[in-house]
Ligand binder design. Structure first.
Ligand code: ADP
Length: 186
């Protein structure tokens, strides 16, 4: 099963995705986590990505498409995958479709986590205080929310036309959200 968790920054994709992937018995891969590891390790990918990430901009598709290809081609993704943080643009979604269909797969479910804007900003600022992620500062947060609406939200319509989108209320108790998610992707 190939499942995509879609939602604004701060919507809980990572937290909920980890629990859901365990429940479904498929690996979770987050491009955000992979990019942060690459930045930390100082790899060529990390060097290309860092400036964009710190400003709250997307890493260009020309850089990301190679990473997505690598992920979907990997042994661990053979039997399914929970995709967290990608695809994030329509061009990325088309690339994912192309790669998966060549393997006889498709995106089976898109779980869309709905969280209101005020709560998103609050969560991201809270996380900034706790984890010190370099992109969790007020300017970058505003930019990430703008980028989400501009480039990532159009994926909802893209996948709605495939009939695979399930909207999930992403506010409130973590366990309650997880229960709703499980029902949505079943
Ligand atoms: P969040 O959703 O909270 O912003 P992520 O960890 O998913 O956090 O992403 C952090 C940053 O990593 C993004 O702002 C962007 O710069 C970069 N990034 C992650 N995934 C992608 C992707 N698929 N395409 C382009 N950039 C990405």
């Amino acid at each position: 099963m190939f499942v995509l968790i879609l939602g604004a920054p701060g919507s809980g994709k990572g937290t909920q995705g980890t629990i859901l992937a365990g429940h479904l018995g498929i690996p979770q891969v987050s491009t955000g986590d992979l990019l942060r590891a690459a930045v930390k390790a100082g790899t060529p990918l990390g060097k290309k990505a860092k400036g964009y990430m710190d400003q709250g901009l997307l890493v260009p598709d020309s850089v990301i498409l190679g990473l997505i290809n690598e992920i979907l081609d990997s042994e661990q993704a053979r039997g399914g995958l929970l995709m967290d943080g990608f695809p994030r643009t329509v061009a990325q979604a088309m690339a994912v479709d192309r790669i998966l269909s060549a393997k006889g797969h498709r995106v089976d479910r898109v779980a869309m986590l709905d969280v209101d804007e005020q709560e998103l900003a609050q969560r991201l600022l809270g996380r900034a205080a706790k984890e010190g992620r370099s992109d969790d500062n007020p300017q970058s947060i505003q930019q990430r929310l703008r980028v989400y609406h501009q480039l990532t939200a159009p994926l909802i319509a893209y996948y709605e036309s495939q009939g695979v989108v399930r909207r999930v209320a992403g506010m409130g108790d973590i366990n309650a959200i997880q229960q709703r998610l499980r029902i949505a992707v079943a």
